[in-house]
Design a protein around this ligand. Structure first.
Ligand code: RET
Length: 282
């Protein structure tokens, strides 16, 4: 407890301990983490099986997509067992009319394991989309770097002090700008290159890209309500992220791999990947 001095006019100031309130995971959140872990493991197994009869040279989407759910399984295992988490405490002042203002410490549980997961898996999801659309390596790399910056800035913001606007919302703003860069890059370059791959691949890419755009945009909104403004409980936050994560990883993965299986034209040729086509420069 941090002691605070309170003073009432005409009285000797007394030192009162600051009460601490914890916003922490409950039974429902804990169970949800375990169920999501199981679903991620199951999806990883099925994705690996889907590559069974596929020659190794044509397994790039299977490999990337399976890695995404394997990493999510590890992250959910860590969170379910109580790892990869910390508390972000800040002082909240309650203002009273006739008695001196009092302060409380509010400590909210932050699962930093999510950010480790997102740092690794969101680049892989972008890689899936960029390879499908035929975006060259240079532009893919730029989108991926912006994406990693987005997630890390989100982590810094989550650990930032609640009352410190520059620290908390400054990082959040930088993350949002990086996110806009990611969307703009993937939509612009993907939209441009995918048309050369025919109507089937174009339709698949546009469907997956729109699905991704809608889902990904929900993350900063939920983050703002849950981690930023602390308006919902830690359990509700876990439930919402679980729904989003299942859509963004297993559902996205099934959609991609099953369509890929049915459409031979989604097979990719990685020659000339970096510069796009044979080089004519020096
Ligand atoms: C944060 C907070 C800071 C601002 C922005 C964010 C965006 C996060 C995104 C996460 C996507 C996660 C996915 C997980 C898959 O399972 C870091 C929440 C813009 C877009 C797709």
């Amino acid at each position: 407890f941090m002691p605070t001095a309170t003073s009432v006019p005409g009285q000797v100031p007394t030192v009162m301990p600051t009460p601490t309130e914890y916003q922490t995971v409950g039974e429902i959140g804990h169970r949800t983490l375990w169920v999501t872990f199981a679903l991620m493991v199951l999806s990883s197994g099925i994705f690996a099986l889907l590559s069974w009869n596929v020659p190794t040279s044509k397994r790039i989407f299977h490999v990337i997509t399976t890695l995404i759910t394997i990493i999510a399984s590890l992250s959910y295992f860590a969170m379910a067992t109580g790892h990869a988490t910390t508390y972000n405490c800040s002082t909240v002042w309650d203002h009273h009319k006739h008695v001196p203002d009092t302060s409380r410490q509010v400590c909210r549980q932050v699962f930093w394991g999510r950010y480790v997961d997102w740092t690794l898996t969101t680049p892989l999801l972008l890689l899936d989309l960029c390879l499908l659309a035929g975006v060259d390596g240079a532009h893919t790399l730029m989108a991926i770097v912006a994406d990693v910056i987005m997630v890390l800035c989100g982590l810094f913001s989550a650990l930032g002090e609640k009352g410190n606007t520059a620290q908390k919302w400054g990082w959040y703003t930088i993350a949002c700008i990086s996110y806009l860069f990611v969307i703009w890059h993937v939509a612009l370059h993907g939209g441009r290159t995918v048309s050369a791959k025919g109507r089937g691949v174009s339709r698949l890419f546009k469907g997956l890209a729109l699905f991704t755009l809608l889902l990904w945009t929900a993350y900063p909104i939920i983050w703002g309500i849950a981690d930023g403004a602390r308006k919902v409980s830690v359990d509700t936050e876990i439930l919402i992220y679980t729904v989003l994560d299942i859509l963004a990883k297993p559902v996205f993965g099934f959609w991609l791999l099953l369509s890929h299986r049915a459409m031979p034209e989604t097979n990719i040729d990685l020659s000339g990947y970096w510069s796009h086509g044979p080089s004519t420069e020096g």
